[in-house]
Design a binder for this molecule. Structure first.
Ligand code: ZN
Length: 261
């Protein structure tokens, strides 16, 4: 039996972007594990922005622990299981100047200049430990479409940890890719190969939607006007399938071609 490791920046990204594929892989008999890299439990005090987010999420007490529980419920529906990392989401990190990376007045200078010394190596080490322990045959992670700092950090950590030892495919970050198209450039000369559209069955697609429902706390941030997420996901998945000559609904993945090849 093959083992597929999905490395997700936050507690919801893998399901939003690749939930259909995760379901199909498990249905085909693969063992599927979703490692959320930035799922560490933060210690108070929090920034005013993080406090505001917690209020928005409706999560008091230990918000990340509650989000981990949402993730467990979601992944169960897809036939995969969670592993939660101990590194922190950018909203809980401080830069070398001691300021929050992002707060009420926006990103800090360190955020703007990508100044988090040692973090890239540290995160690559976190991913490498999970890879060494599980020995995956394939790694799925985000392409960082939309350029979220944590998505770039996660993707780069995976590329460093996987090297040319384990094949990596990058998913199209959703719902960000509903608005912006091309994935950012990869580090260290690695490039993305031509995209592959992975079709989801009706069962897989329903399971993805049911799993997205589990991330209740995040819905008001992802869809601030309270709209139903299904029509935009349906339209995008149908268009992506059609663009590669398929019918039905598909999620898009780019194989990573390591640098120097
Ligand atoms: Zn994310």
């Amino acid at each position: 039996m093959s083992l597929v490791l999905a490395v997700s920046p936050h507690l919801d990204d893998a399901v939003l972007s690749a939930g259909g594929r995760l379901f199909e892989l498990a249905a085909e008999g693969a063992e599927v594990i979703v490692f959320t890299l930035l799922a560490g439990i933060p210690e108070p005090p929090f920034s005013l922005l993080a406090d505001l987010f917690h209020e928005e999420w409706g999560l008091e007490g230990n918000p990340v622990a509650e989000r981990r529980a949402e993730d467990g419920d979601a992944l169960k529906l897809l036939g995969s299981r969670p592993v939660h990392g101990s590194d922190l989401d950018v909203i809980y990190r401080t830069g070398p100047d001691g300021l929050w990376m992002v707060d009420m007045d926006g990103p800090s200078a360190a955020y703007e200049t990508d100044d988090e010394p040692g973090l890239r190596e540290h995160l690559a080490g976190s991913v490498a430990r999970v890879v060494a322990e599980l020995g995956p045959d394939l790694i799925l992670t985000c392409a960082a479409v939309g350029e979220h700092i944590d998505h770039r950090r996660t993707r780069d950590a995976v590329l460093t940890a996987a090297g040319d030892r384990v094949p990596v495919r990058c998913w199209e970050d959703l719902p960000y890719a509903h608005r912006s198209a091309d994935p950012p450039i990869l580090p260290d000369g690695a490039v993305l190969g031509p995209p592959v559209a992975e079709r989801a069955t009706d069962e897989g697609w329903s399971a993805k939607y049911a799993a997205i429902e589990c991330y209740r706390s995040q819905h008001s941030m992802l869809w601030p006007s309270g709209e139903d997420f299904r029509p935009s996901f349906d339209a995008h998945a149908t268009a992506q399938a059609r663009s590669l000559g398929l019918t039905g609904r598909a999620e898009l993945f780019w194989p990573v071609l390591p640098g120097g090849r």
